[in-house]
Design a protein around this ligand. Structure first.
Ligand code: CA
Length: 710
């Protein structure tokens, strides 16, 4: 007989399975915990499971082992207990965790009900390669919360915790650390008031939006935006690079922030800028490129983007300076957050402090891996939920951020996201929340996931809309698959759904604020590279028409338009589909390309102006869309045309007509019986009217047209 699997299910019960049900003697079983034998009070059998109720309480700081004889035994797994309500009710704490600095004392608090002992280690140096004997402070523990107050001024010292847990001694950084030494291995004790650039207290988010549909999101990377030799920036690839004004390209045209500002977008979405793994990018010598979807410390800015990653306040101050400057230029900032997994299954601060608790597992005790990155965090565990909420609120308040983009949001649970939504509303600013709502193979039941399928249960959070992405350019996983903008036919109905913001009943969203309308982001080929795959047989100028056309659609569909940096000037990554660790030569923004295709940028810029000026393009509820937006039915094949009727005083254009013609040839459209002013055609954007039309209008091939009547 062998014990196959054994688990602790409550503080005084275990369950297990044996492989040979007919040949064992109940009386032979012994349960040992912390060198003591725990008497078995009662036993019962449930199908193939045996359940023991014990007389005493199991001490969870020690292994609980079930013996049959000297050779047959099994260590009981604690994961079921840790995820039970009983456990979390007993140990949950809403105390503020981390190192709380005061001039005369610093308080340290770390939560770990399973740690046998925790010692605070204080260092002068943040670099683990410098030999140094730390000062040691054993911490007190009360109901799973370790704490100590050190009555010294510890400003700018470094700290770690030495955690003794299940016979292992782990030295680790505090998950709540707000800064660190080089490569993020030791926490830093900082006085946050030292980290504010001049005037940061008065920095306020620019008033860019009232409704979330007013936003135009522009995704970029700190490194890519200024790393190219032709960016003209001094601090290339750094936070400070994005604060530089008057940077110029080879032919002396604006780059960086000045360029972005002219474009007219409202929100920058910045790819990971929290501290990502030093194994991806070594902060000592950051030659290796990485996007940074490898979280190491959630509440600390990335060191390789700072001019001095050894000095803990510098990375904070430089990021704040960047935010302040971007805000001054009238642009809001959304942070790309990656709470769904951590770099390294074992080598991370959560696992070293409390093994097992913060991650999801499947039945057999192995890690659930919906992220495809080796592990996935368990947002539904009350202390992980608290961590995510604390962390997002910290960034929103301390750094004045304006929105959060959740990587693999479908791995988070609905409850956590809705609590967070409410908490962010309390800050009285329109802080955006949206993310990737893919439904992934997680151990979290599908009905609890913050995925697109459950959009109704998280009605005020947005989702990357893969429907519009794929219908416009073709499937991202099939290289040669075309979409509406590249010549595939019979997609008119799909396009109509997207025009309405993919809202119900045909779409899955309850409101246009849920639809992040995009065609490419950092993942997969850039739009230009995809067009080379699908339409490489065409002359370049036809592909340019297609790219312009697709951006025009993104800007005129209901929902929230999203641009990948460079999409408006045909950015290419030389056909590299997944450039997460490709060199700067592939990833960095080539500003000379921008100058070459500035006529495309100018067209998009003028369309952005029109969208921002006319609320009809930014309806914020399902009802408004249903009442105001109507499709023209009598149109040629591959054409989608619609009117938006608006009697609102804010809207000068009473009736707007938008026409998408995906055919290569021009087509004649019968117009509704009004006098129409043409303001956008394939080549020109002129709000003072290009020409007036009645009865009919000829739309050029591969083009968007906008007309209005008063
Ligand atoms: Ca780092």
């Amino acid at each position: 007989m062998n014990i196959i699997k054994s688990s602790v299910t409550s503080f005084n019960s275990i369950e297990f399975i044996v492989d040979d049900f007919d040949h064992f003697i109940f009386a032979n079983f012994i349960v040992k915990n912390n060198n003591k034998i725990l008497k078995i009070k009662s036993s019962k059998v449930n199908i193939n499971k045996i359940i023991f109720t014990l007389e005493a309480t199991i001490d969870i700081k020690y292994d609980c082992i079930l013996f049959y004889d000297e050779n047959i035994y099994s260590k009981c797994n604690y994961l079921k207990l840790f995820s039970s309500k009983e456990f979390n009710d007993k140990f949950y704490t809403d105390e503020k965790l981390g190192a709380i600095y005061n001039k005369n004392f610093t308080q340290f608090k770390l939560w770990s009900p399973v740690a046998e002992k925790v010692t605070l280690l204080i260092y002068n140096n943040g670099d683990i390669t410098e030999p140094e004997k730390p000062k040691r402070f054993p911490m007190d523990c009360k109901n799973g919360l370790f704490n100590i107050t050190v009555y010294e001024d510890l400003k700018n010292k470094f700290y770690t915790y030495e955690v003794k847990v299940y016979e292992q001694i782990n030295e680790t950084i505090d998950p709540y650390a707000i800064s660190c030494g080089i490569n993020g291995q030791r926490g830093a004790i900082v006085d946050l008031s030292d980290t504010n650039p001049d005037g940061f207290e008065n920095d306020i988010s620019p008033k860019t939006i009232n409704n979330f549909t007013d936003a135009i999101i522009y995704e970029m990377s700190i490194r890519d935006i200024t790393k190219n030799p032709n960016s003209g920036a001094f601090h290339k690839g750094k936070f400070l690079g994005l604060c530089e004004e008057n940077t110029k390209s080879t032919i002396k045209e604006p780059t960086g922030l000045d360029y972005i500002k002219n474009l007219g977008i409202t929100h920058l979405q910045i790819m990971p800028m929290f501290d990502f793994s030093y194994k991806s990018t070594d902060e000592r010598n950051p030659i290796d490129y990485n996007w940074g979807y490898d979280p190491q410390n959630y509440n600390i800015p990335e060191g390789s983007y700072s001019t001095d990653p050894y000095t803990p306040i510098t990375r904070i101050r430089e990021l704040k300076e960047m935010i302040q400057t971007v805000h001054k230029n009238g642009i809001s900032i959304n942070m790309d957050v990656v709470y769904n997994h951590m770099y390294g299954e074992k080598d991370n601060c959560f696992e070293k402090v409390f093994p097992g608790y913060y991650f999801r597992h499947i039945e057999d005790g192995t890690l659930s891996n919906g992220s495809m990155c080796g592990n996935e965090t368990a947002s539904e565990m009350p202390m992980m939920r608290k961590f995510i909420i604390d962390s997002v609120l910290y960034w929103a308040k301390e750094y004045h951020l304006d929105g959060f983009r959740f990587d693999l949001m479908g791995l988070h649970d609905i409850q956590t996201m809705n609590i967070l939504r409410n908490e962010l509303y309390k800050l009285n600013r329109p802080i955006m929340m949206y993310g990737e709502g893919w439904d992934l193979p997680s151990s979290l039941p599908s009905e609890l996931r913050a995925s697109k399928n459950n959009a109704e249960k998280i009605p005020e959070i947005g989702f990357f809309n893969d429907r519009i992405r794929d219908v416009l350019k073709g499937n991202v996983f099939q290289k040669s698959d075309q979409g509406y903008i590249s010549g595939k036919e019979n997609l008119e109905n799909e396009i109509r759904i997207c025009v309405r913001g993919s809202i119900k009943n045909d779409g899955s969203f309850v409101s246009p604020i849920q639809s992040i309308n995009y065609i490419t982001c950092h993942d997969n080929n850039t739009l230009w590279d995809k067009l080379i795959l699908t339409n490489g047989f065409e002359p370049e100028d036809v592909r340019i028409e297609r790219q312009k056309f697709s951006l025009g659609i993104i800007l005129t569909c209901q929902g929230i338009p999203f641009f990948q940096n460079g999409m408006e000037f045909l950015r290419s990554k030389q056909g590299i589909e997944n450039s997460y660790n490709s060199p700067d030569s592939i990833n960095s923004v080539d500003w000379d390309v921008k100058d070459k295709y500035i006529f495309v940028t100018d067209y998009i810029k003028n369309l952005i102006k029109i969208r921002k000026k006319h609320p009809s393009f930014r309806l914020s509820t399902l009802e408004e869309i249903t009442n105001k937006l109507q499709f023209l039915l009598d149109v040629p094949r591959n054409v989608v045309a619609f009117t938006i009727k608006n009697d609102d005083k804010l809207e000068a254009w009473k009736n707007i007509l938008v026409i998408y013609n995906a055919n290569r040839n021009a087509v004649k459209i019968n117009l509704p019986n009004l006098k129409w002013n043409l303001v956008v055609d394939k080549y020109i954007i002129d709000e003072n009217t290009i020409e007036t039309c009645t009865n009919n209008y000829t739309a050029e091939g591969i083009s968007i047209s906008i007309l209005y009547s008063v």
